[in-house]
Ligand binder design. Structure first.
Ligand SMILES: *Cc1c(COP(=O)(O)O)cnc(C)c1O
Ligand code: SF4
Length: 330
């Protein structure tokens, strides 16, 4: 039964994503020649940008905030104190099967290593996906989860868990459906933003049929990421009964601006999504040029609190290695 299933639309779109810097800049009408000094020479974390996401970028603008999130810059190779390859101490907490038990009452499963977009500031950009989760170790991870009756929420993470196809996702959800101690299934995914065609009616039905309540935490950093296709996808997920939250990362040159973050919260709410976290950057090697200092981060958070209702104000947090929960920066 190894016959390949034919690719569905979102898989075709992903296969057509930009993987070359020149092709992306060409598409955006940005002359690569004048940018040679700031672009990375080579990177082991290659460029990956679906076309639909590139279409949301401003043509001709080398400083576009969406482009900045995905464009490999020479600045990535500058060494920075305190920036490493395992910034939040995950490797020590991860089993061979990809189950991470560092948060109280919650377990996180690395469901797949793949993503549809490569975000330059990703805290897992150096994660050893080639060996974690280990091949064939899912059974062991699920057995561990079944025995962990103090865990009430399963978080599917990655990579992007919605890159699993419907068969694989249905299989995984089916195997945890009977675990009565799990009250919630949470999916962390950027696909409704960067590859909204992944949100098919079948996916909505799958999540709606799960006995546990499903929460989807999307990842948008800038209001321009929420185009019409993303809005439609999110509306469909809302109709399927999925609770929708957003997490953002505070990024210099992308969203470190009170007007931008205010507009992001407003746009999220228009799409049926509540802002959840605003993360201070995890100190991952290659991302130091995105850092915003804590004083400025607090000023921005205070500005948001003064402009928006509490339910549209994300909580500014930092992840600390070894801690069982986020640390709010108040
Ligand atoms: C913090 C964190 C979680 C758990 O988040 P809570 O919402 O605080 O339960 C899950 N995954 C990642 C990657 C995180 O950083
Ligand atoms: S989509 Fe998420 S996991 Fe994937 S590269 Fe971006 S931030 Fe990292």
């Amino acid at each position: 039964m190894t016959q390949a299933r034919s690719r569905v639309l979102w898989q075709q779109e992903l296969a057509g994503a930009f993987t070359a810097v020149e092709a992306l800049l060409d598409f955006l009408g940005i002359p690569a020649a004048g940018r040679a000094g700031v672009l990375a020479q080579a990177s082991d974390f290659r460029l990956l940008v679906p076309r639909g996401f590139a279409e949301l970028m401003r043509r001709g603008d080398p400083h576009d905030p969406l482009l900045r999130q995905v464009l490999p810059l020479r600045a990535e190779s500058a060494a920075a104190d305190g920036f490493g390859t395992d910034p939040v101490g995950e490797l020590a907490a991860c089993t061979d099967g990809g189950l991470l038990r560092k948060y109280h009452g919650r377990a996180l499963l690395i469901a797949t290593g793949g993503c549809a977009v490569h975000c330059r500031y990703c805290f897992r950009r150096h994660f050893p996906y080639a060996t974690l989760p280990a091949r064939g170790a899912l059974d062991a991870a699920l057995a561990e989860l079944a025995a962990a009756t103090d865990v009430h929420e399963l978080i599917l993470s990655g990579g992007d868990p919605l890159l699993l196809d419907d068969h694989a996702l249905a299989d995984l959800l089916g195997r945890v459906a009977g675990m009565a101690h799990l009250r919630r299934i949470r999916v962390h995914s950027r696909l409704p933003i960067v590859l909204p065609s992944r949100v098919t009616p079948a996916l909505g039905r799958l999540l709606a049929a799960q006995p546990q309540r499903c929460v989807l935490v999307i990842h948008a950093n800038h209001p321009a990421e929420l185009g019409a296709a993303a809005a439609d996808a999110l509306a469909a997920l809302g109709e399927a009964g999925v609770t929708l939250l957003n997490q953002s990362v505070l990024l210099r040159g992308v969203n470190d601006d009170a007007d931008c973050l205010t507009a992001l919260s407003e746009r999220l709410f228009d799409c049926g999504v509540l802002p959840y976290y605003l993360h201070q950057l995890d100190p991952v090697a290659g991302a130091a040029h995105f850092a915003v200092d804590d004083a400025r981060a607090r000023t921005l958070a205070t500005a948001l609190r003064s402009r928006l209702p509490g339910y549209l104000t994300p909580l500014l947090v930092r992840e600390l290695p070894g801690a069982g929960s986020k640390l709010p920066l108040l």
